[in-house]
Design a protein around this ligand. Structure first.
Ligand SMILES: Cc1cc2nc3c(=O)[nH]c(=O)nc-3n(C[C@H](O)[C@H](O)[C@H](O)COP(=O)(O)OP(=O)(O)OC[C@H]3O[C@@H](n4cnc5c(N)ncnc54)[C@H](O)[C@@H]3O)c2cc1C
Length: 496
């Protein structure tokens, strides 16, 4: 049996959040910090670190999850989650929009006291001091045509680095040249120069938490146990963090019991409240190939307000200069050589999905139910259909019409609400923003998993700091909010 390894802080998961938490905790030289990452190192691997080579990442960089998009359907979609140092921040498109302040007002309303925008701003600033953000337009004429089309429909062009509001513009990107500014690259590289009190252990999967008398004291890994004197911080992301909690007996008691897992802490909220940005496509064939893009085929965007009284835009667009990409679960494009996708998503979805264990075996993938379009008011489907109708209006403007031969999906026959509804239910896509599965809330909230200081309720020595703690969805791409949570988590721990 492998010898037990000891540390003060054990950080599980070296993704967008975990790299920051570990690095910041190790800034105090007396802290011995171990960061565990199940996947390989990203250092020196251009497929992981160069944004323009994203399409070359194969399944060895991914956990290989599948998810059911809508209830009462057998359909599954690919639900990419990175398995490498840097996590999904090395798997993503590097779109960098800071959420509007109203998103955090909602967090506070839901019990996340102290997480208002003004209190978070310092942590966003610390990230932006560390990461290089590119705000200048890359200049592709087909991306420019999208912005012009939006302006023709009355949207103003914004510098989205400075103002995130209803409007259109170029996506700011967290890149330096083609080099991603993920948290592994910006906070840990070069690994050989890390301080001696910070150990990064890649290809080391944590399989179960070690518990002693209501306290978490470390974790079992595939290479042996690791004990922590101070705390364990879970940063495995919105799928793996609740999975590891449940495998360790922390979750909804009856479910764990049915799987033969001994219940250590009955926390019914673990795996509930799965949030995600749901999208659907208006896909068009082009007369000719798109002019080449520099780093990513997703350069320009629009934020649209559908409901006049909404606190922030209700729809965020991804406009993609190609039809086939490795993340697409729709295969209607094979006969089309050149195309674009206009992909609106619901910025603040109201549907809630869930995640459950399939078995007590850590090798088994969890069961992921996205439960899209399940909110009682029908808000999500109404907003998405409005976004798709807006996309069709954009394509009809002279700026875009000049490039477009025909609408391929859903096709001109789809016009009334029922047709649109059938279409979105059959073709719903994810923007890969799962969050909320260990949501933060007041100490009195039975379904909250962590309190506003990110401690797991009913368990000493354990915190969560990753996308799973979101109480509700933020209106834009979520990576910098996850990084903000990581910065604040480390600051809280160091302050104590
Ligand atoms: C395809 C795609 C495109 C995206 N595009 C954007 C974008 O353009 N802009 C944006 O803002 N956001 C984007 N996102 C979302 C963003 O990248 C994620 O929300 C963010 O990285 C989540 O951070 P996290 O720390 O919660 O989890 P992750 O970054 O997923 O990190 C979790 C890490 O923990 C490791 N891990 C898990 N379990 C264990 C275990 N038991 N033991 C050891 N290690 C473990 C995993 O391997 C992983 O490396 C995208 C995501 C994807 C997948």
């Amino acid at each position: 049996m492998a010898d037990t390894v000891h540390c003060d802080y054990l950080v599980i998961g070296g993704g967008a959040a975990g790299c920051i938490v570990a690095r910041r905790l190790a800034e105090r030289p007396e802290n011995h910090v171990i960061l565990l990452e199940a996947g390989k190192s990203d250092e020196g691997d251009p497929l992981a670190t160069d944004l323009s080579r994203l399409e070359e990442q194969d399944e060895s960089y991914d956990w290989g999850y599948q998810a059911r998009p809508v209830a009462s359907s057998a359909q599954q979609i690919f639900y990419n989650r990175a398995r490498m140092l840097g996590g999904c921040a090395n798997h993503n498109d590097c779109a960098f929009l800071v959420p509007p302040a109203s998103d955090f007002d909602e967090w506070v309303r839901l019990g996340a006291v102290g997480w208002d925008y003004a209190s978070n701003r310092g942590a966003f600033d610390r990230i932006e001091q560390r990461l290089h953000i590119e705000a200048s337009p890359p200049g592709n004429s087909l991306s420019r045509a999208f912005i012009d089309a939006c302006q023709a429909l009355g949207l103003r062009e914004l510098n989205l680095r400075e103002t995130v509001a209803a409007g259109t513009g170029w996506f700011p990107l967290n890149v330096k040249g083609a080099l991603r500014q993920s948290s592994s690259i910006a906070y840990l590289h070069p690994l050989a120069s890390l301080p001696a009190n910070l150990e990064v252990r890649c290809e080391t999967l944590a399989t179960r938490l070690l518990l002693e008398q209501g306290r978490v004291v470390g974790a079992d890994t595939e290479s042996g146990p690791i004990r922590s004197n101070a705390e364990v911080i879970l940063c495995g992301g919105s799928i793996n963090t609740p999975q590891l909690l449940m495998l360790s007996g922390i979750g909804r008691g009856p479910d764990l019991h049915n799987l033969g897992i001994s219940v250590q802490c009955d926390l019914p909220g673990v795996g509930n409240n799965l949030l995600d940005h749901v999208a659907a496509n208006l896909a068009c064939e082009l007369h000719a190939a798109s002019p080449p893009w520099q780093l990513t085929p997703c350069e320009s965007t629009a934020l649209i307000r559908i409901d006049a009284d909404a606190p922030a835009p209700d729809v965020l667009f991804h406009y993609v200069l190609m039809l086939r990409d490795k993340y697409s679960n729709v295969d209607h494009f094979s006969a089309i050589e050149h195309g674009v996708k206009l992909s609106p998503n619901v910025a603040r979805p109201r549907s809630r999905g869930s995640l459950r264990l399939a078995s007590s075996d850590y090798h088994d993938h969890p069961l992921i139910d996205l439960n899209y379009f399940s909110d009682a008011e029908g808000y999500d489907q109404r907003i998405l259909i409005a976004g798709l109708r807006y996309a069709r209006a954009l394509v009809a403007t002279p700026a875009l019409a000049a490039f477009i031969r025909r609408e391929v999906l859903p096709g001109p026959d789809v016009g009334d609400d029922d047709d649109w509804l059938d279409y979105i239910r059959a073709s719903a896509e994810t923007v890969y923003h799962p969050s909320g599965t260990c949501r933060m809330g007041a100490a009195t909230d039975r379904l909250a998993v962590v309190t506003p200081d990110l401690r797991v309720r009913g368990m000493a020595g354990l915190r969560v700091a990753d996308a799973s703690v979101f109480p509700s969805m933020v209106s834009v791409n979520i990576c910098n909010t996850v990084m903000m949570i990581a910065e604040r988590a480390a600051a809280m721990i160091l302050q104590e």
